[in-house]
Design a protein around this ligand. Structure first.
Ligand code: MLT
Length: 402
């Protein structure tokens, strides 16, 4: 295994730190990692204070909680995220966790080493890196592609809509709204994937971490809105971006009872009991205080306040998209997702453009090629900064003679 020494965002962090040490006066604007900047909303803070108080009194103190999550949160998740969209999920199918990244990384532990994995390209690096760590990558090519992983290009040329795999695969990672491109699939496009998985026996791992940013009606919020998905898909959700929990840590994963994966000897194994076994063995649950905070996200006030923050970020997204277009760059995403994906001028390499942005206008982005070979010649900017920084960054782009 020759996994690159650093995780993408750690690599960027290191480069930025070196630059900062050499240029202590540079006023850096961070639009690289998708980390939120708005504080937690009032409803969440109040719920946390209340939970802390409960922990201070013997009668309401809590020790270990259920590894799968408290019922009060699971019931809210089912009601607000699924029932409201006509989807039936059972409480035993929901597993509360410390976030989507951990679950997406850990789920690979359930699968056979022989399983063939397909990813869209560019892709959130966790899917690829964790499969390589689990031994499903094979050798790496000069282009940085793992020989045993099937890459499904998502580029401007195909409208960022991945084509179905040409060879049989066992596990398919889909993330929509997409990180990093900020683009989406419509219902018929996602249905095609569900039908494909049902037909071939493949398993879909659907990352819906950016669902709360969807603005357009034709974009599905959950894969379970597609008929039959409860037989072939696991869905991952996160409070990180929805409610600003990147530092608090909470998410959840839906593993329907009927979903199975192929074993090395081509049998099928049901995943709900297996994931439950994994979680109860290796995970002790999310803190009570955090789960009360997550529950508050679903209150009327909590939802309203979180939506305000999302609207704030999406205004930033519009400023970035428009700003890039004004200077003649081709920009995508930013309508149903907080990421803007753009092509560098004259096909400049992603890392070259990243370095120039850092050195010449002190703006930090994420090089597209860091998300996979099809990302070469592109960069990603996030809309999670402050309004002031977002506007300043776009002003710097505009007066930059790139
Ligand atoms: C990103 O920038 O892609 C995300 O913030 C990473 C994450 O959610 O782990």
């Amino acid at each position: 295994m020759s996994l690159p020494g650093n995780y993408l965002f750690s690599e960027i962090g290191k480069k930025v730190n070196v630059f900062s040490l050499q240029h202590p006066d540079a006023e850096l604007i961070r639009m690289g990692i998708g980390d939120v900047t708005r504080p937690l909303v009032k409803a969440v803070i109040e719920a946390m204070h209340q939970a802390v108080f409960e922990m201070s009194v013997a009668e309401t103190f809590r020790g270990y909680g259920p590894e799968q999550g408290y019922r009060f949160l699971i019931e809210k998740i089912i009601e607000k995220d699924f029932k409201s969209r006509g989807v039936n999920i059972q409480p035993e199918e929901v597993f509360v966790s410390d976030g989507c990244k951990s679950d997406m990384g850990n789920i690979g532990g359930l699968f056979a080493k022989e399983n063939v994995v397909a990813v869209t390209d560019p892709v959130y690096p966790v899917y690829v890196d964790s499969n390589v760590m689990d031994g499903r990558g094979g050798d790496i090519s000069v282009l940085g592609m793992w020989k045993n992983i099937v890459y499904l290009p998502c580029t401007k040329e195909n409208g960022f809509i991945p084509a179905l795999p040409e060879k049989p695969v066992d596990i398919i990672y889909l993330c929509f709204p997409n990180n990093p491109t900020g683009t989406t699939l419509t219902r018929p496009e996602l249905k095609k994937w569900v039908d494909y998985a049902l037909e071939t026996g493949a398993l879909i791992l659907f990352d819906a971490a950016y669902e709360a940013f969807i603005a357009e009606k034709e974009v599905p919020h959950s894969i379970y809105e597609m008929e039959g998905a409860e037989n072939c898909a696991i869905e991952f959700r996160s409070f990180s971006k929805t409610a600003g929990f990147t530092g608090i840590r909470c998410g959840y994963t839906v593993v329907p009872e009927k979903v199975a994966a192929r074993t090395g000897s081509n049998k099928k194994v049901f995943l709900n009991a297996l994931w439950n076994r994994r979680q109860t063995t290796k995970f002790n649950g999310v803190s009570y205080i955090t789960q009360r905070a997550a529950e508050a996200v679903y209150s009327d006030e909590g939802m309203r306040q979180c939506k305000e923050n999302i609207a704030y970020y999406m205004k930033n997204a519009a400023i970035i998209r428009d700003g890039l277009k004004q200077i003649g760059l081709e920009a995508f995403g930013g309508i149903n997702a907080p990421y803007i994906w753009f092509k560098t001028p004259e096909n400049m390499g992603s890392w070259t453009f990243f370095d120039r942005m850092l050195r010449e206008i002190h703006v930090i982005g994420t090089p597209g090629v860091g998300f996979g070979p099809s990302g070469e010649g592109c960069l990603r900017l996030t809309a999670f900064g402050s309004r002031e920084d977002t506007i300043t960054a776009m002003e710097r782009f505009q007066s930059w003679n790139v």
